[in-house]
Write a protein that binds this ligand. Structure first.
Ligand SMILES: Nc1ncnc2c1ncn2[C@@H]1O[C@H](COP(=O)(O)OP(=O)(O)OP(=O)(O)O)[C@@H](O)[C@H]1O
Length: 266
């Protein structure tokens, strides 16, 4: 069953520049797709369009159907209902999602309370559980901390816990490991992989690094200047890229072999 259907998505600026050009792809429930391309290729704008979050001065045309809701042209009220429940996002920079002035626990409590209606001690227990799920040690301490009091890797885990709090059908991960130290990148990818598998969530995974995409998804779509230039199984994109642009992405991908080995052993 189709969860996300993007048909002829085009994003333009008011001064007439086309930043995403006639893009189409779809995602079934529980399926994973990588969006790959170099900086400026339109990956982030595509994911923002899916959530109805395009910046001012940009308009989307075409169709985006997410869990039965037409996103393009939808009123804000309908979009608010979709976000969190049908699709949630983890951005490259966790501070985008986190309020610097609010303790971490309260930030996770809010979406949890909305979804579950829990209060008081039960809600506090659910917050601690959400933090444990993303493998954060000492969840009570983390819950009391402000975002600047924890490490970048821990903040990204908190952002992931917030995204998962409403049990969305689709997780959008936009360069979720790019800002992290190399040593914590692999752990984060593994965590995303495990958590979405347990929840049977679909994933739209954005990265400029094909090796990173290969760790999480089986299929990928290659974007260049806002257009899809190639799509298919990650394995065939890597083994036999047709476009020069894809060949360049393969060449620049780090640790590609180990990423593919990892998936083939599952
Ligand atoms: N708010 C904005 N106003 C004007 N142009 C923008 C805006 N945001 C993005 N763009 C332009 O749209 C194009 C696509 O940007 P987008 O952020 O989607 O690329 P990307 O592939 O996600 O790259 P990156 O990995 O660097 O974020 C780029 O040419 C970028 O300069």
């Amino acid at each position: 069953m189709t969860l996300l259907d993007v048909r002829g998505l085009t994003v333009r600026t008011t001064d007439g520049r086309t930043l995403v050009d006639d893009l189409s792809f779809s995602l079934a429930r529980g399926e994973r797709l990588g969006l790959i391309g170099e900086s400026g290729s339109g990956k982030s704008l595509t994911t923002l369009a899916v959530l109805g979050l395009l910046p001012d001065g940009m308009t989307a045309t075409g169709g985006i159907e997410l869990a039965g809701t037409q996103i393009v042209g939808a009123p804000e009220k309908r979009l608010t209902a979709v976000r969190g429940r049908d699709a949630a996002v983890v951005f490259q920079e966790p501070l985008t999602a986190l309020d610097p002035l609010m303790r971490v626990g309260r930030q996770i409590a809010e979406p949890l309370r909305r979804r579950t209606g829990l209060k008081g001690a039960e809600l506090a227990r659910a917050v601690a559980f959400a933090l444990e799920q993303v493998r954060l040690p000492d969840p009570e301490r983390i819950a009391r901390a402000f975002p600047h009091e924890i490490s970048g890797g821990q903040r990204q885990r908190v952002a992931l816990a917030m995204a998962l709090a409403c049990d969305p059908k689709l997780l959008i991960a936009d360069e979720p490991t790019t800002a992290l130290d190399v040593s914590v990148q692999a752990e984060m990818l593994e965590l995303i992989d495990t958590l979405v598998r347990e929840r049977e969530m679909a994933v739209l995974f954005v990265s400029h690094d094909l090796a990173v995409v290969a760790k999480v998804t089986d299929r990928a779509l290659v974007l260049k200047d806002g257009r899809a230039v190639e799509k298919g199984e990650v394995r065939s994109l890597v083994g036999a890229p047709r476009e020069d642009y894809t060949k360049a992405l393969v060449a620049s991908a780090r640790r590609l072999e180990s990423a593919l080995d990892l998936r083939s052993t599952r």
